[in-house]
Design a protein around this ligand. Structure first.
Ligand SMILES: Nc1ncnc2c1ncn2[C@@H]1O[C@H](COP(=O)(O)OP(=O)(O)O)[C@@H](O)[C@H]1O
Ligand SMILES: O=C(CO)[C@@H](O)[C@H](O)COP(=O)(O)O
Length: 460
C-alpha cells in the first residue's frame, strides 16, 4: 500500500515554504519554497502565486494545511474579491486607530479581558478602522474579513470560509476565553457589519483540494511552530524570523493589561501567550548591509569582537517597534568612538541588540506567570552561529536549538495528518534532534546598557 503523505505550508511574510512529510512520523520527504514581494501590504494573489509554485509538492499529499503570517487584513467584497491589498502585521499606519479604539472601547484592561490582548497596529481590528477612516469606499464594499491562512485555505478547497482559534485570536474581535466572535468590536472598527469566517475545531477536516486531499483548518504561523515543535508546558520558544516572537503553551488564557503579552489561542485547544517584535532577522540583514558582509561573515565578525562590542550599542527599532509599542521609532547606534568604530563591533552590537530585545520579550512572558524550564531557539536568525553562541549569556539560560527546519510548515503538516486521522489529539511525531548551547557567563552589563538606550531614546 502507498505510504500516506501530508503537506504543510508556511505562508510567512517573506516567502511560502512547504514540506511534504510521512503522516506516520513526520519525516520530511520533500520541501519547496517561493518568495513573496517585499513590503507591508500585499495583494493576496501574490500568496496564491507563491503557493502555486510549490503546488507540485502539495499534489503528492493526502492531506494539506496552511499556516500563515498572523493578523493580515484580507477584506473581501460581495464577489469574494479583495477590495485592496492586504495590510500586513508589520504595517504600522493604523497606530493612531489602535490608540483610539483602545480608548473608545473601555481602555486597555477591558480589551485584555474581552479579547486577550490590547491591540496595537499589528492587529486586524485596527486595520479595519484605518480603512474605514481613510478608504470609506473600500470599507463600504467589504462584506467579509479574512486572514492570510483562511483565504488560502478557502482557495485550496475549504467547504466555506473557515479559520481556527489560533489565527482568530489575533484579530482583536474574537475572545480566546469564550471562543466567540465579538461582532460589536468588529462593527465599531469597520463602521458596519462584515462576516468573519467560521472557527473550526482543532484538527477538523474542513474540505477537499482539487486533487482530492483532505484539508486541515490551518492556523497562524506561531501556532504552527508550537504544533511543529510539539511544545509542552515549561518550553519557551524564541523565534527569529521577520518578526521576533517569544511564546509558550498555557492551559488558561492570558489577559495582560500592559499589552506587552498577547493572549492568543493555540492550534490544539490550549492558549499561546506571545510577545512579538517588529524587528528580528532583518536587524542582522541591516547590519550585514552596513558592514558590507554576507550573513555568515557578519556572524564571524560578531564572534571576533569582545562582549559588549567595545561600548557600541544598537537600539534595533529599524522599522518602528511593536514591543515596546513605538510605531514611529527608528534605530539608534550609540557609543561610537574613533577607537571602537569597527565592523566587528557593529556586527556584535547588532547580534547583542537582537538578543536583548528578545530577552525583554521573555521577561514580559515570565511577568505574566510563564515559568520557562527550557528555551528553544528557532527561525531563520537561529541559523546564525553568532546568535546561537551569544544567546545563552544574554538570555541568561541554556538554549536548545532544534535542527534547522521549517517548524511552522511542519506544524501545518502535523495538523493535516490530524485532520486526516480524525483523532481527538494530533499524531505523536518524534521531537526533532537539537543541540544544547550554554555559557559560563551572563551579560547583565550588556542588557543594562541596552535598557538605558531603550528607555532614553526619543521616538524619531
Ligand atoms: N545564516 C543566517 N544568519 C542570519 N540570518 C539568516 C540566516 N539565514 C537566514 N536568515 C534570515 O532569516 C530570515 C527568514 O527567516 P524565517 O524564519 O524563514 O522568516 P519568515 O518566516 O518571517 O519568512 C531572513 O530575514 C533571512 O535573512
Ligand atoms: O504578528 C506576528 C505575531 O503576532 C508575527 O509573528 C507574524 O505572524 C509574522 O510572522 P513571520 O513572518 O515573522 O513568521
Amino acid at each position: 500500500m502507498a505510504e500516506i503523505l501530508v503537506a504543510g505550508v508556511d505562508s510567512s511574510t517573506q516567502s511560502t515554504k512547504a514540506v511534504l512529510c510521512r503522516a506516520a512520523d513526520g519525516t520530511v520527504v520533500a520541501k519547496a519554497s517561493a518568495p513573496h514581494p517585499d513590503g507591508t501590504e500585499c495583494h493576496p494573489d501574490h500568496w496564491w502565486d507563491a503557493l502555486s509554485r510549490v503546488r507540485g509538492l502539495l499534489e503528492r499529499a493526502d492531506a494539506v494545511a496552511v499556516a500563515a503570517q498572523q493578523h493580515g487584513m484580507v477584506a473581501l467584497d460581495g464577489a469574494g474579491e479583495p477590495v485592496r491589498p492586504a495590510l500586513l502585521w508589520n504595517d504600522t499606519r493604523s497606530a493612531p486607530q489602535a490608540r483610539a479604539l483602545v480608548a473608545e472601547l473601555g481602555g486597555a484592561k477591558a480589551w485584555a479581558e474581552r479579547t486577550g490582548s490590547v491591540p496595537v497596529a499589528s492587529f486586524t481590528v485596527t486595520k479595519l478602522r484605518w480603512m474605514a477612516e481613510n478608504e470609506p469606499e473600500n470599507a463600504r464594499r467589504t462584506e467579509r474579513v479574512m486572514l492570510p491562512h483562511d483565504w488560502l485555505t478557502l482557495r485550496l478547497g475549504a467547504s466555506g470560509p473557515v479559520t481556527d482559534r489560533g489565527d482568530a485570536s489575533g484579530t482583536g474581535y474574537w475572545s480566546p476565553a469564550t471562543g466567540s466572535y465579538l461582532p460589536d468590536v468588529l462593527r465599531a472598527a469597520l463602521g458596519r457589519d462584515a462576516e468573519p469566517p467560521r472557527v473550526a475545531a482543532p484538527g477538523e477536516n474542513v474540505g477537499k483540494t482539487a486533487w482530492g486531499a483532505a484539508l486541515g483548518p490551518g492556523t497562524g504561523d506561531n501556532m504552527g511552530a508550537a504544533l511543529g515543535l510539539g511544545l509542552r508546558p515549561g518550553d519557551v520558544v524564541v523565534s527569529i524570523g521577520t518578526s521576533g516572537t517569544a511564546f509558550a503553551v498555557a492551559d488558561e488564557p492570558a489577559a495582560d493589561p500592559s499589552g506587552l503579552v498577547a493572549g492568543f489561542a493555540d492550534a490544539t485547544g490550549r492558549f499561546l501567550p506571545l510577545v512579538c517584535t517588529l524587528n528580528a532577522a532583518r536587524i542582522l540583514s541591516a547590519a550585514a548591509t552596513m558592514t558590507g558582509a554576507a550573513l555568515d561573515e557578519l556572524s564571524l565578525l560578531a564572534l571576533a569582537a569582545e562582549p559588549g562590542a567595545g561600548g557600541v550599542t544598537l537600539l534595533p527599532y529599524l522599522d518602528g517597534e511593536r514591543t515596546p509599542d513605538r510605531p514611529g521609532a527608528t534605530g539608534v547606534l550609540a557609543g561610537l568612538t574613533s577607537a571602537n568604530a569597527t565592523r566587528e563591533n557593529v556586527a556584535r552590537a547588532a547580534v547583542e541588540a537582537l538578543l536583548c530585545s528578545l530577552a525583554d520579550a521573555v521577561d514580559h512572558l515570565t511577568a505574566q506567570g510563564v515559568r520557562p524550564r527550557r528555551t528553544l531557539l528557532i527561525g531563520g536568525g537561529a541559523r546564525s552561529a553568532a546568535v546561537r553562541a551569544l544567546a545563552p549569556a544574554i538570555l541568561g539560560t541554556p538554549v536548545t536549538v532544534p535542527e534547522p527546519a521549517e517548524y511552522v510548515a511542519l506544524g501545518a503538516a502535523r495538523q493535516a495528518a490530524w485532520a486526516l486521522a480524525g483523532t481527538p489529539e494530533p499524531p505523536e511525531w518524534p521531537a526533532p534532534p537539537a543541540t544544547e548551547h550554554t555559557s559560563d557567563r551572563t551579560e547583565p552589563e550588556i542588557r543594562e546598557r541596552y535598557a538605558a538606550l531603550r528607555d532614553s531614546a526619543p521616538e524619531i
